[in-house]
Design a protein. Structure first.
Length: 192
């Protein structure tokens, strides 16, 4: 029984990590695709067919990866789709506020919140219909999410901006740890 629970936790945490890596990779690939379109085509011409086909493929791959944590948590059919859609909206909110944060520092805490909330919403929506969300599951999930969010805010406050762009990503790395921790907690505490 204990071995089965730990296997379920490892599977859910691994699915969250894979989802995060694929979404981040798709985001980087979209940026590179956009950048190559500007360099090759020039800024005055509209994007070509290569750009649009690549963009659609990358969005489909990212959306499919967002369903992995829900499947690892045991969601079926509509719940997987609902979870992927809600997680996709949360990840898009994170990306939007990260771009806004280049002009306004106030958007950084909102972007970090969107990143943490994506994993919480995705994990809890995935099990909402198939399993009842117990008080201990909800409490543990919220405590973990708030702790990770506060740690990411602390990292944002402590890391000096003058150190370079890689150091400025430390709060994002801390907030993205929720994609491993939260699905693991939900997998461990969900009722059978």
């Amino acid at each position: 029984m204990v071995r089965r629970v730990w296997l379920r936790v490892a599977l859910a945490a691994g699915a969250g990590l894979v989802s995060l890596v694929v979404c981040s990779g798709a985001l980087a690939a979209i940026f590179m695709l956009f950048l190559s379109g500007i360099i090759i085509m020039g800024s005055s011409s509209p994007p070509g067919l290569f750009f649009w086909v690549g963009l659609v493929i990358l969005i489909i791959v990212a959306a499919a990866s967002l369903s992995l944590p829900a499947r690892a948590l045991g969601a079926k059919r509509d719940h997987v789709t609902n979870t992927a859609v809600l997680s996709g909206l949360g990840f898009c909110a994170f990306v939007f506020f990260m771009f806004v944060s280049f002009g306004s520092v106030i958007a950084i805490p909102i972007a970090l919140l969107a990143l943490v909330a994506t994993s919480v919403i995705g994990s809890l929506v995935a099990i909402r219909e198939d399993y009842h969300i117990t008080v201990s599951l909800g409490r543990a999930t919220v405590i973990a999410a708030v702790a990770i969010y506060c740690a990411s805010l602390l990292a944002w406050w402590l890391v000096p901006v003058e150190e370079g762009w890689l150091y400025s990503l430390v709060p994002v790395f801390v907030a993205s740890s929720s994609w491993l921790v939260v699905p693991g907690i939900v997998a461990a505490l969900r009722p059978d």
